[in-house]
Write a protein that binds this ligand. Structure first.
Ligand code: NAG
Ligand code: NAG
Ligand code: NAG
Ligand code: NAG
Ligand code: NAG
Ligand code: NAG
Ligand code: NAG
Ligand code: NAG
Length: 402
């Protein structure tokens, strides 16, 4: 019912805009090639008119009417309703709420020159930190949201459905997608606001080509290791149900635990639970310990084993093969994980890591995963790790793949 209502709203908006733009003489028309077409992402849609675009975020139901800055419509049109907001594009400056925000999408597009404000220094991106140190970014207090209104746009990465959301807010939600490539394709969402469709398409194509190539290389392996991606929380272990993680394991040539045992939480202070957990882990080849910890630098093999609480370890194959990993290898000194930033826009790096985790060659240095049993510590990130000019675009890292 709700969905139908939104669809009607959507098509009404589009036809209205077509009427408005008709008969408007304008110097600009979007050239063929300056459009993004979606291949994988499922939670947003883009519509192109002559002097405007409409982008719709299905996750929060918000639509953005984007008007080219040199069209006649630009100075005359302003929408700000709970469902529809208008922006003049390319967006001339913006701020963002950086907690759990995948800034790397902006870096890949090269939007640093128009990025003006952030809400925290606590970010994984070395170049964003450096940009801040260079005085290019304003530090904004998120408890005082009125200061965001000085920017043409303010990006947030949480689903804030409050009607009070300000007129310049744009929600950017790649992490809500269910599969790695779907998440990565949100670079096109940003590209639309910056008139950078061409670059967004190029980056996504490069990432996707590399990702597909790695999937194919892993598909040739005959034995599929069984992987348990698990978390310890409040005295209990549970196996991940996050779809993108399960997809990564499949794409890397591994096998996830059977769904039928994948539902339950195993409390290590219950003898029955522990017995079941023990039995399941006897079938597992590789463990990914995704336990959230306030002290990633102190999270080591002994802590993992202590949390496991299993005395007879003789059947645990992942111990002698040293196959227990964590995805917190890259993090800032104040513990912002690059897993929630760089890994979202460049899933080919995560996949390459997982292929090494599942089929160790010894030749490949992982980016995001550290081997807990080999005592690999996390590697901290700071402004000194930014190796490019902060105002230039980041290039995607393409993994050798034949
Ligand atoms: C439109 O945006 C472009 C790119 O930012 C800028 O160079 C140009 O001056 C703007 N035009 C108008 C009319 O604002
Ligand atoms: C942010 O704003 C809140 C509310 O105005 C204030 O209490 C707090 O001290 C401010 N924080 C900083 C770091 O300025
Ligand atoms: C951001 O851009 C808008 C619209 O172009 C402009 O009015 C505003 O002054 C700019 N704000 C900052 C902080 O640069
Ligand atoms: C189309 O893309 C090209 C290459 O990125 C860019 O230079 C140009 O400004 C874009 N044009 C429009 C109307 O977006
Ligand atoms: C596990 O059991 C302990 C002791 O009974 C309890 O304190 C804890 O809350 C339980 N954890 C969960 C996630 O149920
Ligand atoms: C593991 O970490 C704990 C607490 O952080 C520490 O006491 C212990 O010495 C560490 N063990 C090893 C083998 O490093
Ligand atoms: C390691 O790399 C070398 C040279 O790049 C290659 O010849 C060798 O086959 C690789 N070993 C494995 C196990 O992949
Ligand atoms: C960041 O730079 C420091 C200091 O040079 C270095 O120790 C660290 O390994 C670097 N981190 C990464 C992820 O390369």
């Amino acid at each position: 019912m709700m969905l139908r209502h939104m669809e009607v709203l959507w098509s009404a908006l589009v036809s209205l805009l077509l009427l408005v733009s008709e008969g408007m003489v304008s110097g600009v028309s979007v050239k063929v090639g300056n459009m993004s077409k979606l291949e994988d992402a499922t939670y947003f849609h883009i519509y192109y008119g002559n002097t405007f675009k409409v982008i719709k975020n299905d996750l929060d139901g918000k639509s953005y009417l984007l008007i080219q800055n040199n069209s006649k419509m630009a100075p005359k049109t302003k929408y700000c309703t709970p469902r529809i907001k208008s922006f003049v594009i390319p967006v001339s400056n913006f701020s963002m709420d950086v907690s759990y925000f995948p800034v790397s999408f902006f870096e890949l597009l090269g939007l640093m020159p128009t990025m003006k404000g952030i809400t925290s220094e606590n970010v994984a991106s070395p170049c964003l930190r450096k940009l801040y140190n260079e005085g290019e970014l304003q530090m904004l207090n998120s408890s005082e949201p009125q200061i965001f209104s000085q920017y043409a746009a303010h990006f947030i990465s949480y689903n804030d459905d409050r009607e009070t959301q300000s007129c310049n807010y744009i929600t950017f939600l790649p992490m809500e997608e269910q599969a790695p490539l779907q998440r990565a394709e949100w670079i096109k969402y940003l590209g639309v606001f910056a008139n950078m469709e061409v670059r967004a398409n190029e980056i996504f194509d490069a990432v996707k080509r590399n990702y597909r190539c790695l999937v194919n290389s892993a598909a040739n392996k005959d034995l599929k290791p069984v992987v348990a991606w698990m978390e310890f929380n409040d005295g209990a272990w549970s196996f991940t149900e996050e779809v993108y993680k399960l997809k990564y394991i499949e794409d890397a040539g591994g096998e996830n635990l059977d769904g039928s045992i994948n539902q339950i939480t195993y409390n290590i202070s219950s003898i029955e639970d522990l017995e079941q957990l023990h039995a399941i882990l006897c079938t597992v080849d590789v463990v990914i310990d995704g336990t959230i910890t306030p002290e990633p630098f102190g999270y080591n093999a002994s802590l993992f084993l202590q949390n496991l609480n299993i005395e007879d370890k003789s059947c645990l194959g992942f111990l002698p093969s040293q196959s227990v990993w964590r995805h917190d290898k890259r993090l800032s000194v104040d513990l912002a994980l690059d897993w929630f930033d760089g890994a979202v826009s460049q899933p080919q790096l995560v996949l390459a890591d997982l292929i090494e985790v599942l089929f160790p060659s010894g030749n490949y240095t992982t980016t995001y995963f550290r081997n807990l049993l080999k005592d690999e510590p996390p590697i901290s990130l700071g402004p000194e790790n930014c190796t490019r000019d902060t105002l230039t675009a980041m290039e995607p890292t393409i993994i050798t793949c034949v």
